[in-house]
Design a binder for this molecule. Sequence first.
Ligand SMILES: [Ca+2]
Length: 166
Amino acid sequence: MILLENELGDEFLNSIEYQEALRKALEEAGTEIVKTVPSTHHEISARPIGYWNNTGVYKPKGITLLVVYTGGKWRSNPHWGPTDAAGDSRYPAPSSYLKPGAPEGCLIGKVGGSNISGGSPVFAIGNHGYVPPEYEGLLWLTVNDEERGFGDNHGQISVAIRHIRA
Ligand SMILES: [Ca+2]
């Protein structure tokens, strides 16, 4: 499902929390907004078909995408949670996870490849982050878990994705 930014509602878009998350994502991306297109809104499941949710967003080279958590909760481990897109910082993921070192249960992304494998190196996003400009292809998002561990996952979170042309 894709919603235009204005469907998120003015109250949400003007909230301190959203503006602060957007500011942090911009800071992390090291860019200023020169030109943007409206954000699109996406539901990201902790238990997608395969391991990765297809956002339907194609990222051209040279364009930075900001990804900001907008709501929902998910669980990638039956023993704790649910959490937001930051996951649980008490548990850095071991090497068997899709993004070792990032918190278990945090939002992660890759560009290109399929819902199973391939594409760019995996990068951590959490509650706010960005997609590096050098990657080109379809954006995939999911929860930081190990491939054999997706069967016990529940819930979904939502994110706003904004294109930035620096
Ligand atoms: Ca799991």
